[in-house]
Design a protein. Structure first.
Length: 170
């Protein structure tokens, strides 16, 4: 303080201006740092959200539909298929088998991912033939060895269980 009094009025004004300039520069630097931190936080939040969506979509179980929402008015060519049934057609079958009649039941099997017994397909085919009006059989790539689906319900079996399948159908 004593040093400041020894300076001339002009020197004190210049010193004051210099301090003000330095203070403005510090404030500008703080604002820049704050802006950069906000941008980094924004990028991390958005990136985290995208990562979470991707992770969820990759780890979520893939199962057949149990609702009619988004269906098309098209029936499969037959009740026993050797190709997967498109989901939009599955949804229509849940509404009513063959486009009329009672709601359908879809039995799907995945022997590509899961190890199936040699006679698994024959047992399923024989069973489905006993319900010619509203039961369908098709391979799939869902997360289940045998998946039974009807409107609003789904059951996953780890092995052929005739009683469980019949109970589900009826």
């Amino acid at each position: 303080m004593a040093e400041l009094k020894q300076r001339t009025k002009r020197e004190r004004r210049q010193l004051k201006k210099q301090r003000q300039i330095e203070e403005r520069k510090r404030a500008q630097r703080r604002q820049r740092v704050k802006k950069i931190v906000n941008i980094i936080i924004f990028i991390l939040v958005i990136g985290g959200g995208i990562f979470a969506l991707v992770w969820f979509s990759l780890t979520a179980s893939k199962l057949p539909p149990t609702t009619m929402e988004g269906h098309i008015e098209q029936s499969p060519p037959r009740h026993i298929l050797n190709q997967p049934m498109p989901e939009v057609i599955q949804k229509h079958m849940l509404e009513h088998a063959d486009g009329r009649g009672r709601p359908g039941v879809i039995i799907q099997y995945n022997c590509d991912t899961f190890e199936c017994e040699p006679d698994n397909l024959k047992k399923l085919t024989d069973l489905v033939k006993q319900y010619p009006d509203n039961v369908y059989l098709a391979p799939n790539n869902y997360d289940g060895k045998i998946i039974l689906t009807k409107l609003g319900k789904r059951k996953i079996l780890n092995e052929f269980d005739e009683e469980a399948i019949r109970n589900f159908i009826e």
